[in-house]
Design a protein. Structure first.
Ligand SMILES: [Zn+2]
Length: 330
């Protein structure tokens, strides 16, 4: 079938899929296009020119053809699939793997498995998907108590620790909440590459997480931080007028036990980078951290992860190769 009628009815938001269900649903290019169309207009299609809610999906051209005014709306324009020459089927497999592989997806392996013509194309696709993940997570703020720590990423063999110049400094935050049984649980995670571990950098990071934002009840959204007590954290908490809890570390190995969640997220990023990607330049570090946080923040929706990531991919503009190689960060 070359085209099918689409009406403005809302579709189910996110399907749950196992690998077999994924394979069954997306065996052909047409199925991917139709799904992409549904995810893009989850609340039902509406013609951007006349507001009519019924259109034909012309599969050969990937456009919606308004039944009333005949305006053509591209399914992929304004998304990461804009002007792609790679079949959607290959995109779908890469997105499925990136959504579900906890240890990260090897781009070289996916290029080979999916017959993508060159490594650069596959590398770009993966970065576009990571950007969609990061854009989606940028909408999250952290509330209540937040576990906070710093870490260093870079080539092995150089000095470790605060003040190290050859490594990138990274801040990691995980919000905590208390469940019905009184047990402390992790909420959302965020990470960022910063210039240094100064109070100023920590303060700016806290602001980006929602520090300084007041709730409707007039309380601070981000109320307190829990850290190893490094003086910059103390100073940042003072500056931002939030509570600072210090956990007492007797030695470095205590950090994993006393600040467990930030340490779990940081070690996830380290294993993704060292295992799958064999090291990552400082420039792209943030996007690998974003990928790990994206999956961590959606760990309760594991079977919906594919649909959720497709939604992220159709909700964000694309990034070009020049932007990726020339800019410090995206
Ligand atoms: Zn129209």
């Amino acid at each position: 079938m070359i085209f099918s009628m689409i009406t403005g009815t809302a579709t189910r938001r996110y399907e749950e899929r196992s690998l077999l269900e994924f394979q069954k649903a997306f065996g052909e290019e047409e199925a991917c296009l139709e799904h992409l169309q549904q995810m893009r207009w989850q609340d039902g299609f509406m013609c951007p020119r006349c507001g009519h809610d019924a259109a034909w999906l012309i599969r050969t051209r990937g456009v919606m053809d308004c039944k009333k005014c005949r305006a053509k709306t591209s399914v992929t324009a304004g998304t990461i699939f804009h002007k792609t020459r790679t079949p959607l089927l290959k995109w779908y497999w890469l997105i499925y793997r990136m959504a579900t592989d906890k240890v990260g997806t090897s781009v070289a392996e996916m290029q080979r498995l999916l017959d993508i013509r060159d490594y650069k194309t596959a590398w770009m696709m993966a970065h576009k998907i990571r950007k969609a993940m990061a854009d989606r997570d940028a909408r999250y703020t952290l509330a209540g108590l937040v576990e906070l720590d710093d870490s260093f990423f870079g080539p092995p063999g150089h000095t470790l620790g605060r003040g190290s110049e050859r490594k990138s400094t990274v801040l990691c935050a995980v919000s905590l909440y208390t469940d019905a049984k009184g047990k402390r649980r992790p909420g959302f995670a965020h990470m960022r590459v910063v210039e240094d571990a100064s109070a100023r950098s920590i303060g700016a990071f806290l602001e980006s997480l929602g520090c300084g934002v007041e709730t409707e009840q007039g309380r601070q959204l981000l109320e307190a931080i829990q850290t190893d007590g490094w003086r910059s954290y103390r100073k940042a908490a003072e500056d931002k007028e939030i509570v600072h809890y210090r956990v007492v570390l007797r030695d470095a190995s205590d950090a994993g036990r006393l600040l467990p969640w930030v340490h779990r997220v940081i070690s996830n990023v380290k294993s993704v980078i060292s295992g799958t990607h064999r090291g990552v330049s400082a420039k792209h570090l943030h996007s690998y951290m974003g990928e790990v946080c994206y999956r961590f923040n959606r760990r309760f929706w594991e079977r919906q992860l594919f649909d959720r990531l497709i939604k992220a991919c159709v909700s964000t503009p694309t990034v070009t190769y020049d932007q990726l190689v020339s800019r410090e960060s995206l």
